[in-house]
Design a protein around this ligand. Structure first.
Ligand SMILES: CC(C)(COP(=O)(O)OP(=O)(O)OC[C@H]1O[C@@H](n2cnc3c(N)ncnc32)[C@H](O)[C@@H]1OP(=O)(O)O)[C@@H](O)C(=O)NCCC(=O)NCCS
Length: 169
């Protein structure tokens, strides 16, 4: 049985693993190894995740995890980017567990938090252009493409474009 709940300090290693494995599986064909390693080291290191499960706010609502047995098989989280707009900042699964409905359940938990606790009426997400493991999912969940924007920190001079998607919630 798969259970979705708010993450705590016990989940740190599992979140770090699922996000790192998920990031590799998603970007290995489109992004450089150096770029992938830099993102994983910066965002999915256990120290940062411990802080992110401990210190939550309106701007960062914390991680939600999908748990099966004692294992974290998916993780995601978001926060508010203005008065009424929430955003999904991160959402990854164990790469062997895609298309079972788990991502939808984590997204639902993030969305419920943004509506009930933070009064969101819309929700945004950034997806890398060409990410065919992510874009069809968000489109199936009602997100609509809004515009392109340059991706976060490309120190290697690589041009990774991200797409901004939006839906009313
Ligand atoms: C994105 C992700 C979290 C979604 O979770 P998931 O558990 O695989 O998705 P679900 O099973 O809940 O839902 C899949 C939906 O997308 C649709 N979908 C998936 N792939 C599709 C494709 N190639 N074409 C059309 N629809 C597709 C399915 O039809 C399903 O919609 P439905 O329930 O209406 O049929 C997961 O696939 C993942 O980890 N992807 C790689 C990481 C990633 O890209 N994360 C997002 C970064 S912003």
């Amino acid at each position: 049985m798969i259970h979705i709940r708010k993450a705590n300090h016990m989940d740190v290693q599992g979140i770090s693993k699922v996000c790192s494995d998920g990031y590799w599986a998603t970007y290995k064909d489109t992004h450089s190894e150096k770029y992938i390693n830099r993102v994983i080291e910066e965002f999915y290191n256990p120290d940062r995740i411990l802080n992110e499960v401990t210190n939550t706010s309106r701007e960062w609502g914390g991680y939600f995890v999908a748990i099966e047995g004692n294992e974290v098989i998916g993780a995601g989280g978001g926060g508010m980017i203005d008065e009424t707009a929430g955003e999904v900042f991160v959402l990854y699964l164990n790469p062997n567990r895609r298309n079972e409905g788990i991502g939808t359940r984590i997204l639902d938990a993030i969305t419920k938090q943004q509506i009930e606790e933070f009064h969101a009426s819309e929700q945004w997400v950034s997806v890398a252009k060409g990410n065919q493991k992510g874009i069809p999912f968000y489109e199936a969940r009602g997100f609509i493409f809004k515009h392109e924007r340059g991706s976060y920190g490309n120190e290697e001079g690589e041009q990774y474009i991200s797409l901004r998607y939006y839906r009313p919630i």
